[in-house]
Design a protein. Structure first.
Length: 261
């Protein structure tokens, strides 16, 4: 049976038949389709050595003074020892923390175990970098500082560990008497209005330029005894620990932080 179409229907059928070819011609991907031009990232001038602070860093210790630090116990000026560009722990003075508080950031800090260190295990140059010090009575979130050069201890408490939670992926420790470096990316936990956890805390750690923690998801504060849990906070200072072990005190230098969006 022959079907006769009106002129208007015949034209519509012709257009419909032509669409696939036309569409193929117009949707051909171009490089420009996946190019993003704005907004442009902020220009940051790197240091010549990659250990000195970049142009947008907040310098927490440059070898001159402790103006950026206070005692954790009473918020009085920090009383650790500054000499020859180096900050050395004063165990009698207790822990110190930054005057400023932070949320998400990049941290650079260098530390040294004394060459004449004595003791073993956790009693050998023990200290800690607390990535968020949430209160004098709270555990906070500790990146362990300890002599890990031929010094056996529990592996979730050795240098490079997120204390009692994350075992480092490698042990790149240098000998006592040599400077060591931590470069950290800290993503703070986020809490709902009722105090429940919306997103966990994460930490990435490079130890002497070796990746030892790869975007590790923390289960809460790093406790010495018991299972970790979260306590709500918004921003927090960075704390350095004056550990009570009997070994010689460790030293720090070249501490800076970059706040992240």
């Amino acid at each position: 049976m022959r079907i006769h179409l009106s002129p208007s229907l015949a034209l519509a059928a012709l257009i419909t038949a032509a669409v696939p070819l036309s569409a193929q011609q117009t949707i051909k991907p171009r490089p420009e389709d996946t190019e993003v031009w704005e907004p442009e990232p902020m220009v940051v001038t790197p240091s010549a050595t990659c250990t000195a602070p970049p142009s947008d860093a907040i310098v927490l210790f440059d070898g001159k003074n402790l103006d950026e630090w206070v005692s954790v116990a009473d918020k009085s000026p920090a009383k650790w020892i500054v000499e020859d560009g180096v900050l050395t722990v004063n165990k009698k003075a207790g822990n110190i923390e930054t005057k400023r508080t932070f949320k998400n950031y990049q941290l650079h800090i260098e530390w040294k175990i004394p060459e004449n260190i004595t003791g073993s295990g956790q009693a050998r140059g023990n200290s800690g970098v607390f990535l968020a010090s949430t209160g004098p009575g709270d555990a906070g979130y500790e990146l362990q500082v300890l002599d890990a050069y031929r010094n056996k201890t529990y592996v979730n408490g050795m240098a490079g560990s997120l204390y009692k939670q994350a075992i480092p992926l490698a042990n790149p420790s240098r000998k006592p008497g040599e400077w060591q470096t931590y470069d950290v990316v800290w993503t703070a936990p986020v809490f709902n209005t009722d105090g429940s956890v919306k997103t966990s805390a994460y930490a990435t750690v490079f130890f002497n330029s070796v990746l030892v923690e790869n975007h590790f998801e923390l289960k809460g504060e790093t406790l010495y005894i018991g299972k970790p849990s979260y306590k709500p906070y918004t921003t927090a200072p960075i704390k350095l620990q004056a550990h009570g072990d009997p070994s010689a005190p460790i030293s720090f230098r070249n501490i800076w932080v970059r706040e992240l969006p």
